[in-house]
Design a protein around this ligand. Structure first.
Ligand SMILES: NC(=O)c1ccc[n+]([C@@H]2O[C@H](COP(=O)([O-])OP(=O)(O)OC[C@H]3O[C@@H](n4cnc5c(N)ncnc54)[C@H](O)[C@@H]3O)[C@@H](O)[C@H]2O)c1
Length: 254
């Protein structure tokens, strides 16, 4: 499988440096970034191409992995899907715009393409998907991050946001992909609280789900990526797992 990457930052670096040395049938062949130097650095590590021409990249790969920004998803996804190429999207907040969601879903269907949204920086999405249509009554997310990772300079614990995921994504587009992922998985606008906490050095996500099935709670305490404190290591690892799953015969925990 040939892959092209949009966005050669923290997530792309972790994915590329993990996948390339394994030589396991996943060839990351093209790298695209608005900062060409970043694309060149990763291309040189992977023995791939730093793409100057976006269309040329899409024409020459089976799948495009987006790890750039929500705006890049809105700009590039329709073009990629119209060419019948599959996508993995990391900037999942883009899909909280329901008009966009339905537009790209339609384009993907018409062109026999698939859009994959990895579980990202949380655990528990398998359970949420399983119970979504079976009496799920309540889903909530509490995200707790350090001032650094939220770009704040404060000394006390503060609730930055309390409301619906669709609103959280507008206010914190680069920080709250997790809320978007859960909302899309259970097809509802979940309750979100974002807390900035000077006492934590991890990105902490607590999910609670209640319904006819019973109840579960998960807590994920993520180490941030060194290259980008907003981003959790686990987010990149979940994309690596997803990429590898395409070549597997037996799937578990999907
Ligand atoms: N799904 C999840 O759980 C999850 C978790 C963490 C981050 N993310 C999202 O993944 C994305 C990447 O995260 P990261 O930590 O690697 O970010 P990063 O800032 O380290 O890297 C992003 C790269 O994309 C490039 N870029 C941005 N917009 C572009 C565009 N329009 N065209 C070309 N290149 C562009 C930047 O130049 C940069 O090199 C972000 O949108 C982030 O919010 C998702």
């Amino acid at each position: 499988m040939k892959v092209g990457i949009i966005g050669c930052g923290a997530i792309a670096n972790i994915i590329t440096t993990s996948i390339v040395p394994e030589n396991n049938g996943i060839e990351i062949a093209y790298f695209f970034d608005k900062d060409i130097e970043r694309a060149e650095n990763l291309a040189s590590f992977a023995g791939g191409v730093a793409a100057l021409d976006f269309d040329e990249m899409v024409d020459n790969v089976d799948l495009v992995l987006e790890c750039a920004s929500p705006d890049s998803v809105k700009h590039f996804a329709p073009k990629i899907l119209k060419k019948g190429r599959d996508m993995i999207v990391m900037s999942i907040g883009a899909f909280m715009d329901m008009d966009f969601y339905h537009e790209v879903e339609q384009i993907a269907k018409q062109n026999n393409a698939k859009i994959h949204l990895p579980s990202g920086a949380i655990v528990g999405l398998d359970g949420i998907k399983a119970v979504a249509k079976f009496g799920l009554k309540e889903v909530s997310l509490i995200t707790r991050k350090s001032p650094k990772s939220l770009g704040k300079d404060i000394d006390d614990v503060e609730v930055l946001f309390e409301g619906k995921a669709s609103e959280a994504v507008k206010e914190f587009p680069l920080n709250i992909n997790v809320a978007a992922t859960i909302s899309i998985a259970c097809q509802r606008d979940i309750d979100v609280k974002i807390i900035v906490d000077p006492n934590v050095d991890r990105n902490v996500h607590e999910i609670t789900a209640k319904g006819d099935f019973g109840e579960f709670k998960t807590t994920t305490m993520n180490y941030p990526c060194a290259a980008n404190p907003k981003t959790s290591m686990l987010a990149a690892l979940s994309a690596i797992r997803l990429l590898k799953s395409f070549n597997e015969t037996i799937s578990v925990g999907m």
